[in-house]
Design a protein around this ligand. Structure first.
Ligand code: ZN
Length: 129
């Protein structure tokens, strides 16, 4: 793929889930767990445009909350276990359902931001001609 061609939506989503550069799909996106590199080491794309904000965390909270609360309600209604067992069951599930998909969700939103060329809004000049 040359630098002039843009990836399709499916390519962008796959690159996002794989935590790769949204333009070339080869360079790594992260320098740490959630810290981004300044640019792509393969194609040189400047990552300064990236602004995923709280989007990944919100998606993860909503999905993980539904999973954990649903499971906790089902177990409580069927078995009525003691509270310590609830803590032993759901704390690891909370960690697994929030921390594991967070990198992939953040990079997916970054790839979609790149694909859709999403940027902060700007005021346009509406002077009459
Ligand atoms: Zn790249």
């Amino acid at each position: 793929m040359t630098e002039g061609t843009l990836p399709t939506l499916t390519q962008s989503a796959i690159r996002g889930i794989a935590c790769k550069c949204p333009r070339c799909g080869k360079g790594r996106l992260y320098a740490g767990f959630l810290d981004l590199r300044p640019n792509c080491e393969v194609c040189g794309l400047d990552y300064a445009f990236i602004d995923s904000g709280d989007g990944p965390a919100i998606f993860i909270i909503m999905i993980a909350g539904a999973i954990v609360v649903g499971c906790a309600l089902i177990v409580e209604v069927k078995y009525q276990p003691p509270l310590w067992l609830h803590a032993a069951l759901w704390l690891p599930l909370i960690l697994a359902t929030t921390l594991l998909p967070l990198r992939a969700m953040k990079s997916l939103l970054i790839a979609l931001q790149f694909y859709h060329k999403a940027a902060p809004g700007r005021l346009i000049d509406r002077e009459p001609k």
